[in-house]
Design a protein around this ligand. Structure first.
Ligand code: NAP
Length: 280
């Protein structure tokens, strides 16, 4: 498996497996299947409600802990540093792990400076190997870097052919932050799987549209965590290292960028209240 080296020296597999919207009752079997297929990098979150099931799948898999890379995320909180530490402990207990490989602030809302300081301490104590953020636009990312000791190792943001995030990636690279894509297939929005440009590249390479999209992101050195509940698609999404897109094919995908989210803008006040407005 290809890896990227994060700014604190931690090695992260460039391809992982996401479990957003996998129902808790199905998650143990789905993750067990993904581990059996060969995935060694799993992405979950407290907000997904399936950390315990991920933990059970890991525990029964027989895969040695040091061969796994496990990410989870802290949901929005506004009760300070001790509470953030408590949220970490809840996730760690649910996952049944001694340490996390990567812990992310899920959204740039609430008292996330306290969360970050709690995470810096947990990182120093060895409870988390790398700490990062998610859904941070450049302004929030730079401000967090400017006012803390440890810069985020990762920023996980919506990234796919219709929202390519090149300026975000440039800013992250210049600050030593690894870009990670969520929603690499835009969850199928904008008819991604039947898009004519992607379909043309898929037939030219003898690969599927999903494989072309993942390959395009990997060639941009973006970490990818596609989700599927189906074994055959897990296998397909894992098989993206035996071919390369040409510079011309990379340029063809680049023409698909609409420059806006296929979901919602994290800076839209209505959405800020809708997804991050509750007191906790
Ligand atoms: P995604 O990976 O872009 O798309 C998943 C969808 O594509 C599912 O409907 C899946 O269906 C389908 N699919 C997967 N492989 C396919 C293939 N080879 N051919 C055709 N269809 C395929 O969406 P996502 O789950 O939103 O994003 C991936 C991961 O990113 C999440 O699971 C989560 O870990 C993370 N994420 C993070 C955030 C955040 O705020 N940080 C937000 C969203 C997601 P089936 O399952 O039926 O195969």
């Amino acid at each position: 498996m290809e890896t990227v080296i994060l700014n604190d020296g931690v090695e992260m597999p460039i391809l992982g497996f996401g479990v957003y919207q996998v129902p808790p009752e199905d998650t143990e079997e789905v993750v067990a299947t993904a581990l059996d297929v060969g995935y060694r990098h799993i992405d979950t979150a407290a907000a997904y409600g399936n950390e315990e099931a991920v933990g059970r799948a890991i525990a029964t898999s027989g895969v040695p802990r040091d061969q796994l890379f496990v990410t989870t995320k802290m949901w929005v909180q506004d009760k300070g540093q001790d509470y953030a530490t408590q949220l970490f402990e809840e996730s760690r207990t649910k996952l049944g792990l001694d340490y996390l490989d990567l812990y992310l602030i899920h959204q740039p809302y609430g008292d996330y400076y306290s969360s970050w300081r709690a995470m810096e301490r947990l990182h120093a104590d060895g409870a988390i190997r790398a700490i990062g953020v998610s859904n941070f636009y450049p302004d929030r990312l730079v401000d967090l870097i400017n006012h803390n000791e440890i810069p985020p190792a990762v920023n996980q943001i919506e990234t796919h052919p219709f929202f390519q995030r090149n300026p975000d990636q440039e800013l992250m690279e210049s600050n030593g932050v690894q870009m990670e894509s969520w929603g690499p297939f835009a969850e199928g929005r904008n008819h991604l799987f039947t898009d004519p440009t992607l379909t043309e590249i898929a037939s030219a390479t003898g690969k599927s549209v999903a494989q072309v999209v993942l390959r395009w992101l990997i060639q941009r050195e973006v970490v990818v965590i596609p989700k599927s509940v189906r074994r055959e698609r897990m296998v397909e999404n894992f098989d993206v290292f035996g071919f390369e897109l040409t510079p011309e094919q990379m340029d063809q995908v680049a023409t698909l960028d609409k420059g806006t989210s296929a979901f919602f803008d994290h800076r839209d006040p209505e959405w800020v209240s809708r997804i991050g407005g509750g007191r906790s």
